[in-house]
Design a protein around this ligand. Structure first.
Ligand code: NAD
Length: 242
C-alpha cells in the first residue's frame, strides 16, 4: 500500500530557507505542504496551491505531521508549543536560541519526536567528527574556528561554529571563535589546529542553501514514524558515522 504524503507546516516560509524548503518540497510527491507560516498577514492566502497563514493565526492551521522551522528565535516558542499540543514532529534549524528555548526542546522531546540542529548538511556532521578526533590527537595545540556568512546573518558566532566548538571541547581543545559578515556568503567554517612549526586546517564551504533544506526535508520525512525523542541529524541522514 502506498504511504500517504507527509503533511508539512513550513514556519518562516518567506525567508531564504523557507523559500528553498517550499521549492524543494513541491518537487517531492512524498511531501505535502499544508501550511506556509509567515510573520505578517500574507497579501495572498493561496500562492501556487500553498495555503499561507500569519504567525498570529498558528492556532488555526490545518492538521500536519511535522513542522519545519527556519525562522528567528522570537518565532520559535509558539511553533514548538503548537507541535507539542498537536502531537506533531518538530524540525528546527533556527539558530541563536536561548538557554530557556534549549530547555523547552529537551522537555518537548519527552512528548514529540524532534530535531534541532545548527546545520543540516552531511558534510558538517563529518567535519564535527574530524574536529573531535583532531582535538583528541593534538593536546595542547591552539584551536581556532573562523566562520563567514552573508551580511544579513544576525547571530555570531554561527550555530554551526558553536557545534564544531563543542566537538573540539569533547576532544579536549579550548576553541576560540572569530566571525566575518560579508557579501552573500552562504556559510564557511574553518577550523585550525596550530602547534609548534605546523598547522592543520579543516574547512567546510556551503555553496548552495539547498543542502540544508534537503537535509531538513529528509529528516522531517523520517520523523513521522519515530517515537518521541530528541534526534540528531546524523541519526536520520546519510551513512552512519563511526
Ligand atoms: P531569513 O531572515 O531570510 O528568514 C527568517 C524568516 O523568519 C523571515 O521570513 C521572517 O519573516 C520569519 N520570522 C521572523 N520572526 C518570525 C515570527 N515571530 N514568526 C514567524 N516567522 C518569523 O533567514 P534565513 O537565512 O532563512 O535563516 C533562518 C534561520 O535559519 C536563521 O536562524 C539561520 O541562522 C538558520 N539557518 C540554519 C541552517 C541549518 O542548517 N540549521 C541553515 C541556514 C540558516
Amino acid at each position: 500500500m502506498e504511504k500517504s504524503p507527509v503533511r508539512l507546516l513550513i514556519h518562516g516560509a518567506s525567508g531564504r530557507m523557507g523559500q528553498t524548503l517550499l521549492r524543494l518540497a513541491a518537487e517531492d510527491p512524498a511531501l505535502e505542504i499544508v501550511a506556509a507560516v509567515v510573520r505578517k498577514p500574507p497579501a495572498q492566502r493561496v500562492v501556487e496551491g500553498i495555503p499561507y497563514f500569519a504567525a498570529s493565526e498558528l492556532a488555526g492551521v490545518p492538521a500536519f505531521d511535522v513542522a519545519i522551522d527556519f525562522s528567528l528565535p522570537e518565532g520559535f516558542d509558539p511553533v514548538l508549543a503548537l507541535c507539542v499540543e498537536r502531537g506533531a514532529g518538530f524540525v528546527s534549524g533556527t539558530t541563536g536560541i536561548s538557554e530557556a528555548q534549549q530547555a523547552a526542546l529537551v522537555s518537548a522531546s519527552t512528548r514529540i519526536p524532534l530535531v534541532w540542529a545548527t546545520n543540516f548538511s552531511l558534510g558538517v556532521a563529518v567535519l564535527a567528527e574530524l574536529v573531535e578526533r583532531a582535538a583528541a590527537a593534538l593536546p595542547g595545540w591552539d584551536c581556532d574556528i573562523v566562520e563567514s556568512h552573508h551580511v544579513h546573518k544576525k547571530d555570531a558566532p554561527s550555530g554551526t561554529a558553536l557545534t564544531l566548538g563543542e566537538a573540539a571541547q569533547q576532544g579536549g581543545a579550548a576553541p576560540r571563535y572569530a566571525s566575518l559578515r560579508a557579501g552573500d556568503i552562504i556559510g564557511e567554517h574553518f577550523v585550525q589546529f596550530a602547534g609548534q612549526g605546523e598547522r592543520i586546517e579543516l574547512v567546510h564551504r556551503a555553496t548552495n542553501r539547498d543542502i540544508f533544506a534537503r537535509g531538513a526535508l529528509h529528516v522531517a520525512g523520517q520523523l513521522r514514524q519515530r517515537p518521541p525523542g530528541g534526534y540528531r541529524v546524523r541519526d536520520l541522514v546519510g551513512p552512519a558515522i563511526a
